[in-house]
Ligand binder design. Structure first.
Ligand code: SAM
Length: 217
């Protein structure tokens, strides 16, 4: 198991205080960020910067999201213990491990085969038992639906219908929606079989959601 030192824990505490100052209020989310060793999700060149509130490259043209973004999306998701959560865009596996601090039932799907394999090895080494899949997450994971919560960590042109259909009634989808430059965070709740309510929130900038119900490609 790679090292998580006193110095790393100190930097994590400082990051948690920074997120608190930036408006994150949910103590369970702050505790999760304070627990997951973000430096273990980095390629070595960027590892010394792991506790800055910034996004960094993780290879394959992809990024590990900024901690504020991870905390913001996780707070919006309002995960309760025991809920089944689906994440679209596993990337480094960091957000997935933050979710695992809140519920043991985390499913995560990554489109890029290289990232999928690297992250599956990483989470096995860290003994973080998420259910990981490689494929087009814009279509969700119908064989494991319904989900209480669905989190999309890439920018989508629309609300993907397959994801709406895989939400349990009462469940919520958190997803950035917009063009390829900027997106608005949306929280969509399935109020009944046919009815959905939506909140449109802050602006963000994510890498694109690829695949059939995303930007294609
Ligand atoms: N959550 C990640 C983390 O904690 O490191 C960061 C996610 S990164 C901002 C977005 C990820 O979404 C990339 O790894 C990208 O390959 C993935 N992605 C893009 N389109 C996808 C799709 N249709 N299905 C699954 N993953 C997708």
């Amino acid at each position: 198991m790679p090292a998580d030192t006193y110095r790393h824990r100190g930097m994590r505490r400082a990051l948690v205080e920074e997120l608190r100052r930036k408006g994150i209020r949910d103590e369970r989310v702050l505790q999760a960020v304070g627990t997951v060793p973000r430096h273990l999700f980095f390629e070595t060149a960027f590892e010394p910067h792991a506790y800055q509130d910034k996004a960094f490259p993780i290879g394959e043209g992809q990024t590990i999201s900024q901690p504020y973004t991870v905390a913001y999306q996780t707070e919006l998701l309002q995960v309760r213990p025991g809920e089944r959560v689906l994440e679209i865009g596993t990337g480094s596996g960091y957000q997935c491990c933050v979710l695992l601090e809140l519920t043991p039932h985390v499913f995560s799907i990554e489109y890029n085969q290289v990232l999928f394999e690297r992250t599956a090895r990483r989470l096995a080494t860290l003994h973080r038992p998420a259910h990981l899949f490689c494929g087009d997450g814009s279509l969700g994971l119908p064989q494991h639906a319904p989900f209480d919560k669905i989190l999309v960590t890439a920018g989508s042109p629309t609300l993907p219908r397959p994801l709406l259909r895989q939400l349990r009634v009462g469940g919520a989808l958190v997803i950035p929606v917009g063009d390829e430059q900027t997106q608005r965070m949306m929280r969509v709740v399935r109020e009944s079989e046919e009815e959905f309510s939506r909140q449109v929130l802050e602006e963000f900038r994510f890498v694109p959601l690829l695949g059939q119900a995303g930007w294609g490609k």
